[in-house]
Design a protein around this ligand. Sequence first.
Ligand code: UDP
Ligand code: MG
Length: 338
Amino acid sequence: MSFASAPSVGPRHGEQSPMLSVVLPIFNEEAIIPELLRRLNSGLVDVVPAYEVIFVNDGSRDRSLELLSTAARKDPHLKIINFSRNFGHQVAITAGIDYSSGEAVVVMDADLQDPPEAISSLVEKWREGFDVVYAVRSERAGESAFKRVTAALFYRLLKRLTQIEIPADVGDFRLMSRRAVEAFKSLRERHRFVRGMVSWVGFRQTAVFYQREARYAGSTKYPLRKMMSFAMDGIASFSFAPLHLATYLGLGAAGMSFFYLVYALWIRLFTDQAVTGWTSLMVAILFVGGVQLITLGIIGEYIGRIYDEIKQRPLYIVADTVGFDPVVMGASVERERP
Ligand code: UDP
Ligand code: MG
C-alpha cells in the first residue's frame, strides 16, 4: 500500500465503529500526558457512547510514547500512530485524520489549550447537522502579547489575500463529519495549512466559541521559525497574491524608470549638466536590483513548493501503530507492538 494516497482504515474486526474519533498530535508532551488522559476521559465518556482517541507521536524525544503505550494497554479506546521522526504538527493531524474511523472526527492540541470539555458543544452542533464545527477562541490566555498581535495580523492578512474564508482566530481545534473527512483526505498536498484546507472543502460549517486556556505544562513547540514557515504555507497554499505583488513591483519600477528616462533625456538635450548624477544612477541600480531579488525570492517560494509536490513523497512514515487492525491497515505498516 502506498501512503501517497490516504490509507483507508476501518474499525477492528468485530468491533463496533466508533462514533467519535479524537486526534491529538504529540511532540515532547510528557509533562502533560497524565493530566491529558484524565481530562479526555472525563470530557468524552458521557458525550458519546463509543469513541477512539488517536495519538500521533510526532517523533517525540522524551517519554511521551512510553506513557501513551502504557495507557493504551489498559484502555482500548486509546490508539497510537508512531511516526519514524518529527514530521510537523500539520502532518501529524493529517495522519490522525487518515487513520480515524469515527462518524465524526475532532482534532485538538494535546497541551490542554483546547479544553476536552468543549468537545460536547462541538458534537452538539454536529448532531444539528453541521459538517465542520470550528472552535473559535474567544480569549487567548497565557500567550505572549507578541504571539497575539502577530496572530491577529496574520489572520487579517490571510483574509485579504485569499479567496477562501478562513475564520479569524481559529486554530486546529474542530470537528469534521465523515463526509468532510473523506473530502479532506483527498487533498494530499505537501505544504499543509490544515485549517485552510478544511475551510476549502466546504459543506455546512459553523463555529462555537471557547476560552483558550494557557498551556498546561511544558513550553510551546512552535518557535518563531516554525511559525514563519507555517504562515508562509498558509499564504502560498491559498493565494497567488505574492506573485501578483512581484508583477506590480516590476511594473512600478518600470514605470518609474520610464519617467526617469524622460528626465535624463531632457537633461542631455536641453541642459549642459550631463554626466553629473552619480547618486541618482546608484539609487536606480540598487532599487531595480532590490525589486528583482524580491521577485526572484517570491517566485522561488512557489518553485520550491512545486518541486516538493513533484517528488510525490509520502506525507509521513509510520514506524508502528498501537490499537489499529494490522490486517485492515495494509502490509506496509509494521505489526502492532506486543
Ligand atoms: N506538535 C507536533 N509536532 C510539532 C510541533 C507541535 O505534533 O512539530 C503538537 C504539540 O505537541 C501540540 C500541538 O502540536 O499538541 C500544538 O503545539 P503547541 O501547543 O506547542 O503550539 P502553540 O499552542 O504554542 O501554537
Ligand atoms: Mg499550545
